[in-house]
Design a protein around this ligand. Structure first.
Ligand SMILES: [Cu+2]
Length: 187
C-alpha cells in the first residue's frame, strides 16, 4: 500500500499561519475586493448590490432622488485649478435637486457627495488604487468639456462635503461644502 492517506474530503487546511502570512493574505483579499467591488465595499450595508436599476440606499448625506420630482438644478463648475465653483451649496432638508456638474478643465474630474470622513477615506483609497472603478448615484465622473448630472434627495439635515477624489485632486483642495438646513430651522 503506497497511499495510506485517506482522500481529503472535508479536511480544510486550517493550520495556524504566521501573522505575516495572514496579513499578506488579508491584504491581497482586500485589494481584490477593492478592485472588483470598488466603492461598493465601503460600508457594511454596501455589499451585494444587484445589477440593474440603481438601488436607493440611504446614506448619511441623503438618498438617490427621482429626476421627476427635482425642484431645481444646482450648477457647479470644475476646473484644473482643482476647484469647484461655487464651492458652497445650500439646500433645504427634504429637497430633491439636480446637480449639473460641468468640467471646464483639460482632465477628468468628478463630483462625489459624502461626509468629510467618507470622502477622506475614499480619497485615500483612490491614491492607493488609482484605477479603481466606481459608480454610485451620489457621484458624477465628468470628462473634459462635458457636464454630468446627479439627482439627490437631501433628506438628512447637516453639513456635508463634495469632492473630486481622483488621485491628488482632493488633496489639492478640490472640495466643497453643502449645507442642508433642517426643516425646523426654516422661517
Ligand atoms: Cu478633479
Amino acid at each position: 500500500m503506497k497511499n495510506p492517506i485517506p482522500p481529503a474530503t472535508t479536511t480544510p487546511a486550517r493550520e495556524p499561519r504566521s501573522p505575516l502570512a495572514r496579513a499578506a493574505a488579508l491584504a491581497v483579499a482586500s485589494a481584490a475586493m477593492l478592485l472588483t467591488g470598488a466603492a461598493q465595499a465601503h460600508g457594511p450595508q454596501d455589499h451585494a448590490r444587484a445589477a440593474g436599476p440603481v438601488a436607493k440606499e440611504q446614506k448619511a448625506w441623503g438618498i438617490a432622488g427621482d429626476a421627476a420630482i427635482a425642484t431645481r438644478t444646482l450648477h457647479v463648475d470644475m476646473d484644473d485649478r482643482m476647484r469647484f465653483t461655487p464651492d458652497r451649496l445650500s439646500v433645504r432638508e427634504g429637497e430633491t435637486v439636480r446637480i449639473a456638474v460641468r468640467n471646464l478643465g483639460q482632465v477628468r474630474h468628478e463630483f462625489v457627495l459624502g461626509t468629510e470622513a467618507v470622502l477622506r477615506e475614499h480619497a485615500e483609497m483612490m491614491r492607493r488604487f488609482p484605477d479603481m472603478e466606481h459608480d454610485e448615484p451620489w457621484m458624477a465622473h465628468v470628462d473634459p468639456g462635458q457636464t454630468g448630472t446627479l439627482v439627490w434627495t437631501f433628506n438628512r439635515a447637516g453639513t456635508f462635503d463634495f469632492g473630486c477624489l481622483l488621485p491628488g485632486h482632493y488633496e489639492a483642495g478640490m472640495v466643497g461644502r453643502i449645507d442642508v438646513t433642517s426643516r425646523g430651522d426654516s422661517q
